[in-house]
Design a protein around this ligand. Sequence first.
Ligand code: ZN
Ligand code: ZN
Ligand code: ZN
Length: 506
Amino acid sequence: MDYGADYDFSRPFFTQYKELLERIPHPSRETIESTLVNSDYCNIASYLKNSYLVFNSDYDEDCAYSSYLERSSRCFDITMGDLSELCYESHNIYKCNRVIFSDNCNECVDVAFSKDCIACEHCFGCVNLRNKQYHIFNQPFTKEGYFEEIKKYDPGSYKVRQELTERLGALSRSLPKRYAHGLKNAEVKGDFIFNSKNVSESYEVTDAQDCKYCHFLFIASTKDAYDFTMWGGGAERVYECMGTGGGQSDIRFCYECWSSDTRKLEYCMYSQGNDLFGCMGVRKKQYCILNKQYSREEYEALRGRIVEQMRTMPYTDAKGNAYPYGEFFPSEISPFNYRETMAQMYFPLTQAEVVAQGFNGKHFDETKQYDIRVSADDLPDNIKDVRDSITDEIIGCTHRGTCGEQCTTAFRVTPAELEFYRRMNLPLPRLCPNCRHYARVSDGPGLDFHARRCMCSGENSEGGHYRNHAAHLHGAAACENTFETAYAPGRPEIVYCEQCYQAETA
Ligand SMILES: [Zn+2]
Ligand SMILES: [Zn+2]
Ligand SMILES: [Zn+2]
């Protein structure tokens, strides 16, 4: 409250809010600090123990290099996971155990180099399987035959890993994909939506109801939200917010505000309380504007006048865009350079484009000066040949900062990580954690949705992906079903409607 100011009706609201942001200290991380144990290098996180470089994640133990990972333990290099253990290098896993180099797997145990499998055990190189055991590249084996056969592939070798990844990619491209990823939904449109009802135009959302234009809602539950990015956790009636959750309600145009007794906030950052407008870092307060305390009557009258002034005298950014009441904070007052945010992953821009489009292009030094002594290309091929001293090395990322993937140019292997690789028989990575993250999600669909028709072309379908003829209701004719999918037209995937996909995976 020491940083508070009187409202000045001769200047736009955001000009004054920007000044408040500039004079007040910001938290070093966006975490619920008291819930983190030995997890200093984590952000946008809560309830972590012994975790390292874990982001946008909660309730994890002994995890590293992961994001959107919930309620998991001993997992490394996971993007989007829940209730999983001992998993590695996978994207979108749910209730999995010992799942490695696999994507879109639910309730699987001991599954490697596989995609889109449900309730499978001891499967290797498989795609679209349901309730199967002892399969290798979609072929059944006896239990003994399975363990004999997989001896031919040593996943501890980086070269073998590369070969298997390529072989899995070829098999996956030859088989149909469901138009969207998801589970236990009713009336949803979007991708990676789970256990949700009446949710549309949303991406990576769990346990939501009556929501639209949402992204990264991972902790149950979210109700009645629009234009909401990140979190949930009992949030209700949320509009144009980012990084909010934890039981609050009636929150609009806010960034990083949480706690269960938080209600009726507008244009606040890092604030908790009730009836707050334009505050930053305020805790357990009511009727405050620009971090200044008012009576209830004063607050209501002043808030009304500011809302009106925002309409008649909106803030205008350097590009001439107006920000009246109802818009989120202008991106140019973001404390972060565009290129160090997640926007860069979905909509990559060069530094020149960042500046030209009016985003924050300042305060970000992208040059890295690590004393790299080992190149990733010179690492031993097999984990069995790696010495303990590798944990002392600064290893150069194969991409050398030239990839546009927020490459940090160098990385290290921690002792806990080395132990994990040895225990699981996994080769050392060759890329830095950021490049690994990009690689995991690179063949996923985009954030745009497209109205498309099922690609199942009937009984004369070419390419060998139409096997279970009897189960396709459309018979010899091409399937007429349409859907909205994040797979853009022209992409190589064979995209099927629900019916045809189920027919092929039953
Ligand atoms: Zn890199
Ligand atoms: Zn179809
Ligand atoms: Zn079909």
